[in-house]
Ligand binder design. Structure first.
Ligand code: HEC
Length: 97
């Protein structure tokens, strides 16, 4: 618990320092979900920074991390939407921006 709270503080500092760039397709439902649910403990990682396969692993890992940190879990639909968004903009996505 305490570790997560410290991350929140570090995260806000990083955001203020300008680490958070505009997300690709920032107005899409996937981007909004990503912003709303994945940026509370740490700054958002750029979708382009990981491959699609790495995103799948990370999102699975975060399921457990979020449970332990007391964050509400993603529903199956939300997880599918989030993954399709991240895959579409991953390092190895076709036409990645
Ligand atoms: C409850 C707080 C919390 C939430 C919410 C959360 N994360 Fe994390 N995340 C962490 C912590 C803590 C770590 C580092 C330790 C670990 O890997 O468990 C981490 C690490 C990561 C990493 C690895 C960074 C690296 O450099 O290896 C990625 C990628 C990531 N999170 C993505 C996400 C995504 C995507 C979501 C939304 C589904 C999310 N996180 C939501 C706490 C959170």
């Amino acid at each position: 618990m305490r570790r997560v709270r410290r991350l929140v503080v570090l995260g806000s500092v990083a955001v203020m320092a300008g680490c958070a760039r505009a997300l690709p397709d920032a107005d899409s439902p996937g981007a909004r979900l990503y912003q709303g649910r994945c940026g509370t403990c740490h700054p958002l990682h750029e979708p382009r920074s990981l491959t699609a396969a790495m995103w799948e692993i990370q999102v699975q890992k975060m399921r457990e991390t979020m449970r332990r940190g007391g964050a509400p879990p993603l529903s199956e639909d939300e997880e599918a939407l989030l993954l399709s968004y991240l895959r579409a903009h991953a390092t190895d996505a076709r036409g990645a921006s």
